[in-house]
Write a protein that binds this ligand. Structure first.
Ligand SMILES: *Cc1c(COP(=O)(O)O)cnc(C)c1O
Length: 390
């Protein structure tokens, strides 16, 4: 199911392959393996001579349904689901890279991804150079003869910096390196990096795709030719596969993704505008604010600014913690993308294991607070933040 349908319809109707029972809702296949008609069929499946299911580390019908639906929504040919967002990043790197390779990475990416590149992949001979996200010339300058890919998130977490994906895709294509974009913050509802020239889209489905804080999951989207080789082989062999149960949750999450993300983005923009006027707030980061340094790019590249707002309060860590600890409704938790509004102090939590130097370079100051806006009443969210802010 692709053409003549709109994204809204594809989110609900694509990826469905009904069984002999003609169930209406998507079936949940809790099975680790599949039965063969005879020994010949088993042999043919294992030797890839006949298509079909073998074992759920490789493929599972519920996981396939999720993969198919997400791929269609991202405008991609193929998707591979993984156990978590980090598993999606690892699987992509293990599938595409080898010892001696070099990658260029935005300095403003998810904390665990920084750890993966600097502390783990480096042990296997894969080197990373970190560059400022929006500096296209910086990416160009960082290219070496052994550079294989560019990796980034836009907007970045938690300072909401953007990069012009189309402009960077031109650089990556000229240099013949893959452009990998983590689209977790926007989801395909707000931004479709593949249509702007990216080669691979990564997701932490744990965030907006689930959207209700229940399960972990991840995905890799791109062309079949790129994904079916090294990336799928790594998944199938090493096993960071998505469970069928989590796939089923995420599949149903895709159905309401547009409604949730658009409503949460609207609320986040209103909250950002309100915070901008507060006397105890030094600055507010949200791509939908006219004051955002890349407002024009955000308008062109995204349909909304997204549901995350970060802001710096006067008085550094002490005052930031006071705002967080004064809340009664908002959840103090590192997760984001939930229908429940969440609040975090990035410098001492999600980004706490990064060196102070890199943290300051990425704009994650001690007074910075990140709020992921949920679906509660905006008035109640404002009242809750006012307790400490005022
Ligand atoms: C959470 C997150 C990840 C990691 O995803 P998990 O599902 O927690 O492994 C990767 N990228 C971004 C932008 C995230 O917010």
């Amino acid at each position: 199911m692709t053409q003549p349908y709109d994204l809204d319809t594809l989110a609900i109707r694509s990826g469905i392959h009904r069984t002999e029972f003609n169930e209406h809702a998507e079936a949940l296949f809790l099975t680790s393996s599949y039965v063969f008609d005879n020994a010949q069929q088993a042999a043919d499946r294992f030797q890839n001579k006949e298509p079909g299911y073998i074992y759920s580390r490789f493929t599972n019908p519920t996981v396939n349904a999720f993969q198919e639906r997400l791929a269609v929504m991202e405008g991609g040919e193929y998707a591979i689901a993984t156990a978590s967002g980090m598993a999606a990043i690892l699987t992509t790197m293990m599938g595409l890279l080898k010892a001696g390779d070099h990658i260029v990475v935005s300095q403003s990416i998810f904390g665990a991804a920084v750890q993966l590149f600097t502390n783990i992949l480096s042990r296997f001979g894969i080197e990373s150079t970190f560059v400022p996200l929006s500096d296209i010339d910086g990416w160009k300058r960082a290219i070496q003869s052994n550079t294989k890919l560019f990796y980034l998130e836009t907007p970045s977490n938690p300072t909401m910096e953007l990069v012009d994906i189309q402009a960077l895709a031109e650089v990556s294509k000229n240099a013949q390196v893959y452009l990998v974009v983590d689209n977790c913050f926007c989801t395909p509802i707000l931004q479709q990096p593949l249509s702007l020239g990216a080669d691979i889209v990564i997701h932490s489905a744990t965030k907006y795709i689930d959207g209700q804080g229940r399960v972990l999951g991840g995905a890799i989207v791109g062309s079949k030719a790129l994904l079916k080789e090294g990336i799928y082989s790594f998944l199938r062999t090493a096993g960071p596969s998505l469970s069928a149960f989590n796939a089923w949750i995420l599949l149903k999450g895709l159905e309401t993704l547009k409604l949730r993300v658009e409503a949460q983005s609207q609320a986040a923009l209103s909250l950002a505008q309100w915070l901008s006027e507060h006397p105890n707030v030094i600055r507010v980061h949200h791509p939908g604010l006219v004051s955002h340094p890349q407002f024009e790019l955000a308008q062109r590249q995204q349909t909304h600014g997204g549901a995350v707002v970060s802001f710096e309060v006067k008085g550094g860590q002490e005052k930031a913690w006071r705002v967080i600890d004064s809340t009664q409704l908002i959840s103090i938790t590192g997760n984001l993308g939930d229908t429940k509004t969440t609040i975090t102090h990035p410098a001492t939590t999600t980004h706490g294991r990064i060196s102070e130097e890199s943290r300051v370079k990425a704009g994650i100051t001690d007074g910075l607070i990140r709020v992921s806006v949920g679906l509660e009443s905006l008035n109640d969210i404002k009242t809750d933040l006012s307790r400490g802010l005022d």
